[in-house]
Design a protein around this ligand. Structure first.
Ligand code: ACM
Ligand code: ZN
Length: 761
C-alpha cells in the first residue's frame, strides 16, 4: 500500500462500507439487536394482514400485554389492528411451554400460517415479540395489504441475566415522562434492569410519607457549581433547583417498566452521600446540627451517624415505604464513598465501635451495612451495595456492584456472593464518547466499541463462581448532564452496545457486525424520539497529516440510511454542504478545512466537525553533537488556568520523560518540558496526550495537540510525519485543583504497538 492509501485505510478504521447517499433509504432485513443466539433463515416467510389474529391463553396477563404491545406497534407503523383470540387462517401464536430452565429463552418460527413464539415464561414471549417487531421494522412495508416477516427459525436466550442501566436523578432531575422514554429505549434492546439512584448529597427524589421534609427540603438546592468541578476558581449559579417523584409517580414508572420486561431497583444511599437527607433531618448526623445543602460535585463528609440507633430506625422506616413501592427482589443501599472523618470524632460512633469491638471505622461501616442487610432480608428482599461494602467485612446475603474496577466483584464472587460488574473505566456513561467535539463531561473516554469488546467475566473468577456474575450495567451520573436531550445523547447508542454484549456473551459477539445492524436500530430509536448521539467519522481529528499531497479521502459513518454533507472551504455544511457520494479527491498544495455533518433520515444531524487537512513531508531529524538523556523542565508554582499562560519564577532541572516531576507539588503548578524526542523509524506517528489539567504539545515548533484548559484527565490525539532520529519537542502543562496526570504515548499509524519514546537534551 502507498503511504496515503495506508492512512486512508486507517481513516476508514473499522468501517467496512462507505456510506453513499441514495434517494431511497436502505434498511436490511434480519437486522436484529441484540443479535439472536441462533437464527436460521429459510424460504418460508410469514405474512401479516388485517385479518391475521394474535392467539394466546387469554388467562395469562403477561401474554395479553405482549399481544397488545405487538398490536400497538402494528397500528403505529402499518395501521393494522389485529383481532385477539379470534378465528383466522393466519395467526401470531404466543405460547408458554417449558422447554428449558432459561427463564428468558424463546423460540420464534415462521410458517405459511403465521408466526409462532414459544417460551418458558412471559418474559421469554415478550423477548420474542421484540424480535418479531425488529424482523418487521424498518425493513418491511405493506405490499398488497400484506406485511412480510422473513422466513426464520430463531432460538434465543441471553448470556447474562442482569442487563442494566443505572441513572442518577439526584444531581439532575428527570421527570417520569423522560424515564419512560429511556425505558422504551432499553426495552428495544431487551435490557431488563433499571437501577434508579434516587438519593444523593445534591437532592432527595422519592416521597417518603413518614418524613415529608426529605422532599420538601431535601429535594431542593439554592446554589450549584457550574462548569467543571476542576475549574479554578469554581463558579456557582444561584438558582433554586430540584424536584421529586411522588409515590404515585414511582408506581407508574415501576408499572410501565414491568410492561417492558424491566425490573426497577431503587437505590437509597447510606451511610454516605446523605447530605440531602441530613439537610432535612440533621438529627441523624453525628453532631445533630444543621447540615447545609451541598453546592459542589464530589463527596461530602457529612454522613449518617452510625452510633445513633435512631438513624437506623429512620432508615428502616424509609426502606419500609420503599419496599412497598418496588415489587422486585433487590434494594440497593449505596455504601460507596463514605468519608469517615465525622465518625472519627463522634462519641456515639466511637462508643458503638467500642461496644462491638470494631477495630476501625471500616468495620463500623461494615456494621452499618450488615444491620441494614438483616432488616432488608427480614422483608424478603436482597441487599445490593457498591463494592465499598466489602471494606471491613461483607454482609452475608449482600450482592456487590463492582465500580472501582473488577477487584471487588472478583473477591465477592469467589466468596460466593452474586455480583454485578459496572467498572468505572469501561462502562460509565458520564465519560466522553470521543476525544473531540463533545459537550462537557466529567472525564474519561468510553466508546461503544470499548463497551462491546469488554467482558464482565474476568479470568480470576473460578469456574464454580462464574454463576455468581449475573451481568453488568452502565452507570449514568448526571453532574454534567442537565437536559433530557443530553441525557439521551450520553446513553444511546452506548447502552445498545452493552445490551448486545451481555446478550451474546464472550464468544458470539462481533463489533463490525453490530455496527452494521445499528443502521436499523437508529431508525427504531428515532421512532421513540430518542436523541441518540449521531455518529460522525471518529477518525477525523481536528487535524490530519497526510504523507502525500494528493489524497483520496473517504468519509464514512457506517449508517447507510444517513447523508453526509461536507464543505472544503470552511462554510457550514448544514447551509452549503455538498452531499457526499464517493471518496473526495483532494489536492493539499494548501491546507484545507474540511467540515462534515451526518444527517439522519429523521432530519436530525450530528455535531458539525471541523478538520484541518495538511500535507507534510517527513520532518528530517536533527543531529546533536552531544545528546544527553532526559528533557529540560521548568517548574512553576502558582494558580494557572491555561498552558498558554505559564509564566513567573521557575526552577530548572532534568527529567527522564514526560511525567510529573518529583519536586512538583500535588496541585497548583505548571511545567514546561523542552528537548528532543527520538523515534525509532521513519513514519507517521500518532501521539496520545493525557493531561490533568491542560497541556499543549509542539514538535518542530508545530502544534500537534492542543488539550488546554481545565479537565479531569482528558486525552487527545495528534499526528506527525517524522524521520528516524531526534526531533525538537516542547510540552507545556498546568495543573490546578484536582488530580495530576501528564502522559505522552505514541504509536505508528496502523499499529497499536506503543513506541518506547526516548528523550534527550
Ligand atoms: C460510584 O460511582 N460512586 C458508585
Ligand atoms: Zn456519629
Amino acid at each position: 500500500m502507498k503511504p496515503y492509501q495506508f492512512i486512508l485505510a486507517l481513516l476508514v478504521g473499522s468501517f467496512i462500507s462507505c456510506v453513499t447517499h441514495s434517494e431511497q433509504v436502505k434498511y436490511k432485513e434480519l437486522s436484529i439487536v441484540p443479535k439472536p443466539i441462533q437464527l436460521e433463515q429459510n424460504q418460508t416467510p410469514a405474512f401479516i394482514s388485517k385479518t391475521t389474529a394474535i392467539v394466546f391463553d387469554a388467562n395469562n396477563n403477561k401474554l395479553l400485554q405482549s399481544a397488545e404491545n405487538f398490536n400497538s406497534f402494528l397500528k403505529k407503523h402499518y395501521q393494522f389492528d389485529l383481532g385477539l383470540n379470534i378465528k383466522s387462517d393466519h395467526m401470531v401464536s404466543l405460547i408458554i411451554k417449558k422447554f428449558s430452565n432459561e427463564e428468558e429463552a424463546y423460540q420464534l418460527t415462521t410458517n405459511e400460517r403465521g408466526i409462532v413464539i414459544t417460551a418458558n415464561s412471559g418474559k421469554g414471549v415478550y423477548h420474542g415479540i421484540q424480535t418479531l417487531k425488529q424482523l418487521i421494522y424498518p425493513a418491511q412495508t405493506v405490499i398488497n395489504g400484506k406485511l412480510k416477516v422473513p422466513g426464520v427459525k430463531i432460538s434465543d436466550a441471553p448470556a447474562y441475566s442482569w442487563r442494566g442501566l443505572h441513572l442518577d436523578v439526584s444531581r439532575h432531575f428527570y421527570d417520569k415522562a423522560e424515564l419512560m422514554k429511556i425505558l422504551d429505549g432499553m426495552a428495544e434492546a431487551k435490557m431488563n434492569i433499571f437501577h434508579w439512584h434516587l438519593t444523593d448529597d445534591q437532592g432527595w427524589r422519592i416521597e417518603i410519607k413518614k418524613y415529608p421534609l426529605l422532599t420538601k427540603i431535601g429535594a431542593y438546592r439554592d446554589s450549584m457549581i457550574i462548569g467543571h468541578m476542576a475549574d479554578y476558581p469554581s463558579k456557582h449559579k444561584i438558582e433554586r433547583y430540584g424536584g421529586f417523584y411522588t409515590q404515585e409517580d414511582i408506581k407508574e414508572v415501576v408499572t410501565y417498566a414491568d410492561r417492558l420486561g424491566i425490573a426497577v431497583v431503587p437505590e437509597i444511599e447510606m451511610p454516605g452521600h446523605a447530605v440531602a437527607a441530613l439537610q432535612a433531618y440533621p438529627q441523624f448526623s453525628c453532631k445533630g446540627e444543621g447540615v447545609p445543602a451541598f453546592s459542589e460535585w464530589g463527596v461530602s463528609e457529612h454522613v449518617f451517624c452510625a452510633g445513633n440507633d435512631d438513624t437506623f430506625t429512620f432508615l428502616e422506616d424509609i426502606l419500609s415505604e420503599v419496599i412497598e413501592l418496588f415489587p422486585g427482589q433487590y434494594i440497593h443501599v449505596g455504601g460507596d464513598e463514605c468519608p469517615k472523618t465525622k465518625w472519627e470524632s463522634c462519641p456515639k460512633c466511637q462508643a458503638r465501635m467500642k461496644k462491638y469491638g470494631l477495630k476501625d471505622e471500616m468495620e463500623l461501616q461494615s456494621y452499618f451495612i450488615k444491620r441494614m442487610e438483616k432488616f432488608i432480608s427480614s422483608k424478603g428482599k436482597r441487599l445490593i451495595g457498591w463494592n465499598e461494602i466489602l471494606e471491613g467485612g461483607l454482609a452475608e446475603g449482600a450482592m456487590v456492584m463492582s465500580w472501582q474496577g473488577l477487584a471487588g466483584g472478583i473477591e465477592a464472587a469467589n466468596e460466593g456472593h452474586d455480583v454485578i460488574m459496572s467498572p468505572n473505566a469501561e462502562v460509565y456513561l458520564d465519560h466522553y464518547q470521543s476525544s473531540y467535539y463533545e459537550p462537557l463531561a466529567i472525564a474519561g473516554l468510553t466508546t461503544p466499541r470499548e463497551i462491546y469488546e469488554w467482558s464482565p467475566m474476568p479470568e480470576e473468577i473460578s469456574d464454580e463462581s462464574r454463576k455468581h456474575v449475573l451481568g453488568a450495567q452502565c452507570n449514568v451520573w448526571t453532574e454534567y448532564i442537565t437536559t433530557s436531550d443530553h441525557l439521551e445523547y450520553m446513553i444511546f447508542p452506548r447502552l445498545i452496545a452493552l445490551a448486545e454484549m451481555l446478550w451474546l456473551g464472550e464468544d458470539k459477539k462481533d463489533f463490525n457486525d453490530f455496527t452494521d445492524r445499528m443502521n436499523e436500530m437508529y431508525a427504531r430509536l428515532d421512532v421513540l424520539d430518542i436523541k441518540y448521539r449521531i455518529p460522525y467519522p471518529e477518525n477525523l481529528l481536528p487535524y490530519i497529516i497526510f504523507t502525500e499531497q494528493k489524497v483520496n479521502l473517504p468519509l464514512t459513518n457506517n449508517i447507510p440510511s444517513s447523508t453526509i454533507l461536507y464543505t472544503l472551504n470552511g462554510d457550514d455544511p448544514l447551509v452549503n454542504g455538498i452531499t457526499y457520494i464517493s471518496p473526495l479527491d483532494i489536492d493539499l498544495e494548501n491546507n484545507i478545512e474540511l467540515k462534515t455533518v451526518t444527517v439522519m433520515p429523521s432530519g436530525r444531524n450530528s455535531n458539525v466537525i471541523t478538520t484541518q487537512l495538511k500535507y507534510r513531508q517527513a520532518q528530517s531529524a536533527v543531529s546533536l553533537n552531544n545528546s544527553i538523556e532526559g528533557l529540560n523542565y521548568e517548574l512553576f508554582k502558582g494558580e494557572f488556568s491555561s498552558a498558554k499562560k505559564i509564566a513567573g519564577e521557575s526552577s530548572k532541572a532534568i527529567i527522564d520523560g514526560i511525567r510529573k516531576p518529583e519536586d512538583a507539588p500535588n496541585t497548583f503548578f505548571a511545567v514546561k518540558y523542552t528537548g528532543f524526542v527520538e523515534v525509532p523509524e521513519d513514519g507517521l506517528y500518532r501521539f496520545k496526550l493525557t493531561a490533568n489539567d491542560g497541556a499543549i504539545l509542539n514538535i518542530h515548533n508545530e502544534l500537534v495537540i492542543d488539550l488546554d484548559g481545565f479537565s479531569y484527565g482528558k486525552e487527545a490525539y495528534g499526528s506527525m510525519h517524522l524521520k528516524k532520529g531526534l526531533h525538537p519537542i516542547k510540552l507545556d502543562f498546568f495543573q490546578a485543583k484536582y488530580g495530576s496526570d501528564i502522559r505522552l504515548e505514541a504509536n505508528l499509524h496502523g499499529s497499536d504497538k506503543k513506541i518506547d519514546l526516548k528523550y534527550f537534551h
